[in-house]
Write a protein that binds this ligand. Structure first.
Ligand SMILES: *[C@@H]1O[C@H](CO)[C@@H](O)[C@H](O)[C@H]1NC(C)=O
Ligand SMILES: *[C@@H]1O[C@H](CO)[C@@H](O)[C@H](O)[C@H]1NC(C)=O
Ligand SMILES: *[C@@H]1O[C@H](CO)[C@@H](O)[C@H](O)[C@H]1NC(C)=O
Ligand SMILES: *[C@@H]1O[C@H](CO)[C@@H](O)[C@H](O)[C@H]1NC(C)=O
Ligand SMILES: *[C@@H]1O[C@H](CO)[C@@H](O)[C@H](O)[C@H]1NC(C)=O
Ligand SMILES: *[C@@H]1O[C@H](CO)[C@@H](O)[C@H](O)[C@H]1NC(C)=O
Length: 340
């Protein structure tokens, strides 16, 4: 969507706001799409529909999936009990136009939502202005993205919606990585399921959603060495990362939090670490200046091991304790004859 289209949209949003004060309100979201917001979920709202100015006094019939609902170019339909509909108008020659009437509920329910996590997750792997946001449909029931608008200081940010309808990739062209962000990015997501529409909003700075990519580790003699992720912003002196190093007994994996695992957390800015036999080397990174997300763990092992399992199929995790096995890899636990 370009800027002109976006301002047009804003204009229609403002000018087409109608209301039925007692029961609720309605507004045009897009051409042929009307959103009704009842005061309470059970109130009935009167909504006027028009087939089209150009059709004048032609003999027009309106239909929904319940059959004929009215006659004439303009009709009023009653939207009750969260039931929207797709109303089409026809004359003797057939279909002329339609209006999709959607109802906004008092509580959002189309996206998976838990108390502890935001329904929309946004991440950026550097300060270039690129970022991604994703969400999941609740109860495994697919919805549809109606409209996504992402802006900062009223300027639209260019985003593309993934064909799955569960993520967007955006680029803020105006973002300058070397200057502190003044205003937050505003994300507004309209999703629909059936004739119901939910509106989700999220506000964030790029600096708040940082998550560095995984780190690549090299083993040089008796030392592990690593570099900044290739995708992280440069210069590194201006965009420093903090690293967390963990040595875990080889029988476990980097994510293991159970107390049977031996672990040691060290904050370090030096990018090398001694190899220790029988221990897995785990490392992750975080923006040193912002309290944003840690990268996923990267790991290296002191030596190659024999294994009955195809280790690539379970991320080279070797587990001897079921509690530390990644979910779904418990089978490897019994198949593995690990020789440490
Ligand atoms: C069809 O309906 C839409 C929404 O009400 C309206 O904007 C449009 O002008 C109509 N089309 C015609 C050809 O009248
Ligand atoms: C629709 O309702 C409005 C007020 O709620 C009324 O002014 C208008 O005449 C009605 N239109 C039709 C076609 O009944
Ligand atoms: C609504 O009806 C029109 C006309 O039949 C159709 O083109 C459109 O795809 C329908 N929209 C939905 C969401 O059902
Ligand atoms: C927005 O993204 C699309 C697809 O990546 C691209 O073709 C278009 O030029 C971009 N528009 C702007 C203003 O950057
Ligand atoms: C920043 O990340 C994006 C992908 O999110 C990538 O396309 C871009 O090349 C990265 N920038 C740098 C400097 O690597
Ligand atoms: C960083 O974020 C974590 C989790 O969001 C929080 O528990 C912690 O208190 C924060 N630390 C600082 C210094 O803000």
């Amino acid at each position: 969507m370009n800027l002109a289209l976006f301002s047009l949209l804003l204009l229609t949003l403002q000018s087409a706001k109608g209301s039925d004060q007692e029961a609720g309100s309605y507004r045009t979201l897009q051409q042929n799409v009307l959103v009704v917001t009842p005061k309470v979920d059970s109130s009935a709202v009167q909504v006027p529909l028009q087939c089209g100015e150009s059709y004048g006094d032609r003999k027009i019939v309106w239909r929904s999936k319940n059959g004929v609902v009215g006659e004439g170019n303009r009709i009023n339909v009653t939207v009750e009990e969260m039931f929207g509909g797709n109303y089409s108008c026809h004359d003797d020659t057939g279909y002329l136009n339609h209006t999709l009437v959607l109802v906004q509920g008092s509580k959002n329910a189309i996206l998976e939502n838990s108390d502890s996590t935001d329904p929309i997750q946004c991440l950026s792997n550097n300060y270039s202005g690129h970022f991604q946001c994703s969400w999941k449909w609740s109860h495994g029931r697919k919805g549809d993205v109606l409209l996504v608008t992402v802006t900062r200081s009223s300027v639209e940010i260019n985003c593309t919606v993934d064909p799955s309808g569960q993520s967007i990739a955006c680029r803020d062209h105006t973002h300058c990585p070397y200057v502190e962000e003044v205003e937050r990015i505003t994300l507004t997501l309209h999703v629909k399921r059936g004739y119901r529409v939910d509106i989700y909003k999220k506000y964030f700075y790029i600096s708040e959603i940082g998550k560095p990519d995984g780190i690549s580790i090299t083993k040089v003699g008796n030392t592990y060495k690593w570099e900044y992720p290739e995708t992280w912003s440069v210069p590194h002196s201006y965009f420093p990362l903090t690293f967390e190093v963990k040595m875990i007994h080889l029988k476990h994996n980097c994510d293991c939090k159970s107390k049977v695992c031996i672990s040691k957390n060290i904050q370090t800015t030096d990018r090398h670490w001694p190899v220790r036999e029988k221990f897995l080397f785990c490392i992750r990174a975080q923006d040193a200046l912002c309290n944003s997300s840690w990268s996923d763990w990267s790991q290296a092992e002191p030596y190659k091991k024999k294994s009955h399992c195809d280790r690539r199929s379970y991320n080279s995790f070797v587990c001897n304790t079921k509690s530390c096995c990644p979910v779904g890899h418990e089978l490897c636990f019994s198949a593995e004859s690990y020789n440490a």
